[in-house]
Design a protein around this ligand. Structure first.
Ligand SMILES: C[S@@+](CC[C@H](N)C(=O)[O-])C[C@H]1O[C@@H](n2cnc3c(N)ncnc32)[C@H](O)[C@@H]1O
Length: 351
């Protein structure tokens, strides 16, 4: 872990300070294997009790104010440390602290027997100058002949064509279309730092275990291949990014098991199945990283009781809260970006 941290930029001092405050409030002492004792009593001053709200601000600040054992299911997808606008300020260490502290804040608020479900891309790739250089000897002599001008000409004739359709018309990959249109031909090589690949699932599981949770289950979300994010794909044998994980952690306690949450067909087709094929949200006008309603619906229906409370501390556009409302659950959302919380409120109110 040390080696990989060397290569990343410094985090903001503000985040570090926030981290320290929350470490105390969540009882996070930084030592492995010690579950976080709470310092925020139930019914205490400043507690946020009402559900059916979308709160603006850092998740850690709000979570420490929630009453004890009030959440049946917390389902969220955090920043992935892949360079999205809402995470660009974070160093790798800052990103790790954010996730670890948010997980620790859940120790107190998840009901015994309840669940914490984290949706995350399992592989994290970033340039790390301390890595040995991977120098690819590209054996393919013939380059893709499609030019930017050709793509622009076809785009002019078919202004509404999506990248995939343009690729089909021009007989090349979506990746080629993307590269040509964005003038992005960076392929690593002698000058660029090599890519460090890290399994995030191991880290999330470690933080959850130290916060007193136990890994209960995992599902794989098989999504659309994400060519736009595969800038490390060229000159390598790596697979394109086309699946994510949902890690489900259990807080010890009695869990109601209700076979009637799903129909027999639903149990057979997805409830008991490990791989869920669900199309990604293709639109990017609302948010950079929205997950599909179907994903939220499956997690909520499986891991929370009707009428139970569902939390999303990284609520984004409000997918979790809108779906929770439609499914007859109580809900609570948090996001630090006021543009996102406005969107989430509108969407959830209209659900
Ligand atoms: C992957 S997106 C979640 C998208 C959401 N699942 C949806 O379907 O719209 C992560 C969200 O976390 C928010 N975020 C980042 N850092 C945060 C923090 N410290 N506290 C609360 N929200 C944060 C971002 O603004 C972003 O909306």
């Amino acid at each position: 872990m040390r080696t990989m941290r060397k290569g990343v930029q410094e985090g903001l001092a503000g985040d570090v300070q926030l981290g320290l405050d929350v470490v105390q409030a969540a009882g996070l002492n930084g030592e492995r294997g010690k579950a976080a004792p709470t310092t925020t009593p139930s019914g205490g001053k400043g507690e946020e009790t009402a559900f059916g709200r979308i709160l603006t601000g850092d998740a850690r600040r709000h979570l420490v104010k929630l009453p004890e054992a009030c959440i049946d299911l917390s389902f969220w997808s955090p920043p992935y440390y892949v360079g999205k606008s809402y995470e660009r300020h974070l160093s790798f260490d800052g990103w790790c602290s954010l996730l670890r502290e948010v997980i620790h804040c859940h120790t107190r608020i998840i009901k015994p027997g309840g669940f914490l479900a984290v949706n995350i891309g399992d592989i994290l790739c970033f340039p790390d100058p301390s890595m040995p250089r991977f120098q690819a000897n590209n054996m393919r002599r013939k380059k893709v002949p499609v030019t930017r001008e050709q793509i622009l000409a076809v785009k002019k004739e078919h202004p509404n064509a999506k990248r995939q359709e343009l690729a089909e018309m021009l007989g090349c990959s979506e990746q080629t279309i993307q590269r040509r249109l964005e003038d992005n031909n960076v392929r690593g090589g002698k000058q660029a730092a090599s890519t460090k690949v890290v399994l995030t699932g191991c880290m999330v599981a470690e933080w959850a275990e130290e916060a007193g949770f136990h890994l209960y289950d995992q599902r794989i979300w098989h999504k659309d291949p994400c060519w736009a994010n595969s800038r490390w794909h060229s000159n390598s044998y790596r697979a394109v990014d086309e699946f994510e994980h949902i890690y489900v952690f259990w807080r010890p306690g009695i869990t109601d098991y209700d076979r009637n949450r799903l129909t027999a067909d639903e149990w057979a087709s997805w409830g008991s199945r490990g791989v869920w094929s669900i199309r990604s949200v293709r639109r990017n006008d609302r948010h950079e990283a929205e997950f599909p309603e179907e994903l939220a619906a499956r997690v909520i229906r499986l891991f929370s009781p009707p009428g139970g409370v569902v939390l999303d501390p990284f609520v984004g556009t409000g997918t979790t809260t809108a779906v929770a409302k439609k499914l007859g659950r109580q809900w609570l959302g948090i996001d630090k970006d006021a543009r996102h919380t406005r969107m989430a409120r509108r969407r959830t109110d209209g659900a």
